[in-house]
Design a protein around this ligand. Sequence first.
Ligand code: NAP
Length: 293
Amino acid sequence: MNLSKPVSKIDGTTRVLGLIGNPVAHTLSPEIHNTLASLCGRNLVYVPFPVEQGALDRAVQGAYALHVLGLNVTVPYKRDVLLCLKEIDPLAETVESVNTLVSVPGGYRGYNTDMSGLFRAMTEDGVALQDEEVILLGAGGVGRAVAYLCAMKGAACVFLLNRSEEKAKAVAREVNAKIGRECVLGLSLEAYRTLPAKKYLAIQATSVGMFPRLDEAVIEDPAFYRLLHTGYDLIYRPGQTKFMRQCEQAGARAFNGLKMLVYQGVEAFELWNDTTVTKEQAQEINRMLSQRF
Ligand code: NAP
């Protein structure tokens, strides 16, 4: 069976799911969700919908009018879409970033399954945030959300290192103010040299090392990697980044971002269908995607 094809033929009871964003042509979400529909025996079809600038609210209201069961939201609308919703889940409201819309009476409820998916992936990999001292590399869209996740999940502190130090400091101010404790410290990329010599969890949330820049890591100095017990790279293509290789050479555990990608999809699918995806089904998606990279 070709797992990327819907299990049932499209008929009068088929429900529609989709992705809104711009661009959307590169997305792996149709493969993830059409395969999950097959594996779970659901009569669903998932398609990408490019949405032009200025058309977001009409797109969301139109989807609701058409009984579209649920939507994913990608760049550049993860924040703007908050204004188009009937309800917002507390995690998404705190992070001010929504990637999943679930149909409720009168509109859609917004969730952030990027972060709940990352947390589920880390938990499955045995990587804890509670009481951890975390080095977070990158203060872009994902880095900012991960800073919130770490703070909300009880990290002892987060050293947020970014090429643009001002951006790291701005994210730290924002997260600390909202969370109500001084948890995140915004620093320059080079500031790892000043950190106390302990063992840290590092989360790599920059785009450095992503295909095709295979031979780059955001920090090249081997001394940095000797500070780590675990390196969690959010990049999934390639499956093993230079950051991960350097972690392993320094004796640290290393993980890539594929499981995060899988679980953000799994969590959205579960919300849309009020079901639980088994670990085996999630592993099937993981296997299918890992063959792609
Ligand atoms: P973004 O908003 O564009 O942020 C990019 C980050 O990378 C910024 O912190 C930026 O630093 C840093 N950066 C870029 N080029 C650099 C360089 N040459 N040297 C040092 N730092 C550099 O991107 P994003 O949306 O946060 O995504 C970041 C990465 O997360 C993506 O590349 C992707 O691999 C990964 N991701 C994974 C998943 C998943 O499901 N696994 C989902 C989404 C994203 P400045 O602020 O100084 O520019």
